[in-house]
Design a protein around this ligand. Structure first.
Ligand SMILES: Nc1ncnc2c1ncn2[C@@H]1O[C@H](COP(=O)(O)OP(=O)(O)O)[C@@H](O)[C@H]1O
Ligand SMILES: [Mg+2]
Length: 398
C-alpha cells in the first residue's frame, strides 16, 4: 500500500505516453516481482490490441493482437484479471503472438486497463514471476494480482490524461498553422468585394486565393497523416519493396517540379540490382523519399543538382538524398525533425506544412530504421535513411 501511495505523484509526473508506460511497467514489475512487463492498448480504429510498450526487447512493439482468442483479448473483453501459472496449457493461448510470448513463459499475470466508466483501454501483462526462493516459487499470487490491480486504477487515469493532452496540444498547433492561409484568403476576398478595387488587382488576388487554398488542402492532408501517426493509428504492411524501382518512380514524379527551375535530378544506383529489395510498406517508403526529394528541389538554388543514391551496407540499406542548395545552420538542424519546424525567414517563399520531415522520421522509425541529416550552410545538405533489410513490421495476420 505504501509503495502504491508513493508512486502516485510519480505516475502524474509526465504527460508523455511512452515515458508514462515505461514508468507503469517498471512499477508493476517491482510490485509483483516479475521479470518483464508489456502494455497493450486498444486501437479505436481497428478494434484490435497493440503492443505499445514492453520491457522485453525480444517482443517487437506495434505487434497487433486480436481481441478474440487471445489472452490479452480475454482480459480486456471480460474486464477481469487472469493469473496463469501454467500458461502453456491454457486454451486461451491460441494466437501466433501468444505462442511467441509463450516461449520461455512459465507464469503470467494479465490485468485489464479499464476506466471507472467501463471504458476499455487495454491490458497490462506481467511475464514470469522471479524466483526469490520463497514458497511460491515462480508463481504469481493473488496478492500480486491485487497490488497490480490497485496500480492500474491510477495508471488508467494517467494514461487518459496523457492521451488527452497529446490531442489538445496537437489540435491547438494545427489550428494555429491553418490561420495564416485562412487569413490571407479572407483578406483577399474582402478586397475583391470592394467596389472601388482597381480591376487590374482582380487577377492578382484571385491567384493568391487559389495558391492559399491549395496550400490549405496540402496542409490538411499532412495534418491528418501526422495525427494518425502520432496516435498510433497507422498500420504499415510489410511486402518486398524494390528500392531501385522506387527511386526511379520518385525521380519521374519529381522531375517536372525540378525542371521548372532547371534543377537536375541524378541517381547513383548499383549496376546490378541485388540486395536492394527490403521488406516494408511501399507507399510509405515512397512518401518518405518523395518528401526528401521535394525538399531538396524546393530549398535548392535554380540550376541546382539533386542526387539520390541507394546502396547496401551490411544488413541494412542506405538511401540518401543530397543537394547543393542553401544548406541548414546547425541551430536549425537540431530542430529539423520536430513537427511544424521550418527554418525561420525561409518559409515565406516556399510552401509547406513543416510536417514532412516529422512524418518521414516517424515512418522510417516504424520500419525500424533511422534518418539523419548533415549540412554545410551555403553548400548543401544530405539526408540519409537507413533501413534494415528485413524489417520487423507486424504482418497483418497475427
Ligand atoms: N534539403 C533541404 N535544404 C535546406 N533546407 C531544408 C531541406 N530540407 C528541409 N529543409 C528545411 O527544413 C524544414 C522542414 O522541412 P519539412 O518538414 O519537409 O517541412 P516543409 O517542407 O513543409 O517546410 C523546411 O521548412 C526547410 O526550412
Ligand atoms: Mg517538405
Amino acid at each position: 500500500m505504501s509503495q502504491l501511495l508513493a508512486i502516485s505523484p510519480y505516475l502524474h509526473s509526465t504527460l508523455d505516453l511512452r515515458k508514462l508506460l515505461g514508468i507503469i511497467m517498471n512499477v508493476a514489475v517491482e510490485l509483483a516481482a516479475a521479470e518483464d512487463a508489456a502494455v497493450l492498448l486498444l486501437n479505436d480504429a481497428t478494434g484490435q490490441l497493440q503492443f505499445e510498450a514492453t520491457t522485453r526487447s525480444a517482443i517487437s512493439k506495434e505487434v497487433i493482437v486480436p481481441l478474440e482468442a487471445s489472452v490479452a483479448g480475454w482480459v480486456v473483453t471480460n474486464g477481469r484479471s487472469l493469473l496463469l501459472n501454467d500458461p502453456a496449457h491454457d486454451p486461451r493461448f491460441t494466437t501466433a503472438v501468444d505462442k511467441e510470448l509463450l516461449y520461455e513463459l512459465h507464469s503470467l499475470l494479465a490485468v485489464p486497463l479499464h476506466g471507472d466508466m467501463g471504458n476499455r483501454l487495454g491490458a497490462l501483462l506481467l511475464l514470469n514471476k522471479k524466483d526469490d526462493g520463497g514458497k511460491n516459487g515462480r508463481c504469481f499470487t493473488k496478492d500480486d494480482q491485487y497490488a497490480v490491480e490497485a496500480l492500474t486504477v491510477q495508471a488508467v487515469v494517467a494514461i487518459n490524461n496523457a492521451r488527452l493532452f497529446a490531442q489538445s496540444d496537437l489540435l491547438a498547433e494545427i489550428i494555429h498553422e491553418l490561420k495564416t492561409p485562412m487569413m490571407a484568403i479572407s483578406t483577399a476576398t474582402g478586397l475583391l468585394l470592394r467596389p472601388d478595387l482597381p480591376s487590374e488587382k482582380h487577377d492578382e488576388l484571385l491567384q493568391m486565393i487559389q495558391r492559399e487554398s491549395l496550400r490549405l488542402s496540402a496542409m490538411t492532408q499532412d495534418f491528418l497523416d501526422f495525427a494518425r501517426l502520432e496516435s498510433g493509428r497507422v498500420r504499415l504492411t510489410s511486402k518486398p519493396v524494390d528500392l531501385v524501382a522506387l527511386v526511379d518512380e520518385v525521380v519521374d514524379i519529381s522531375q517536372p517540379q525540378a525542371a521548372t527551375r532547371d534543377i537536375e535530378i541524378q541517381t547513383k544506383l548499383p549496376q546490378i540490382n541485388n540486395g536492394l529489395t527490403i521488406s516494408g510498406d511501399e507507399v510509405r517508403l515512397k512518401q518518405v523519399l518523395l518528401n526528401l526529394v521535394s525538399n531538396a528541389v524546393k530549398y535548392n538554388n535554380d540550376h541546382g543538382i539533386v542526387t539520390i543514391s541507394a546502396k547496401r551496407h551490411g544488413d541494412e540499406v542506405c538511401l540518401s538524398v543530397a543537394d547543393n542548395g542553401v544548406g541548414i545552420e546547425s541551430q536549425d538542424l537540431a530542430h529539423l525533425f520536430e513537427r511544424f519546424y521550418r527554418v525561420p525567414d525561409r518559409e515565406r517563399g516556399s510552401e509547406g506544412s513543416g510536417l514532412g520531415l516529422a512524418i518521414s522520421k516517424k515512418l522510417v522509425e516504424q520500419h525500424n530504421g533511422r534518418i539523419a541529416v548533415e549540412s554545410i550552410p551555403g553548400e548543401g545538405t544530405v539526408f540519409r535513411v537507413h533501413l534494415p533489410l528485413t524489417s520487423k513490421l507486424p504482418a497483418s495476420s497475427v
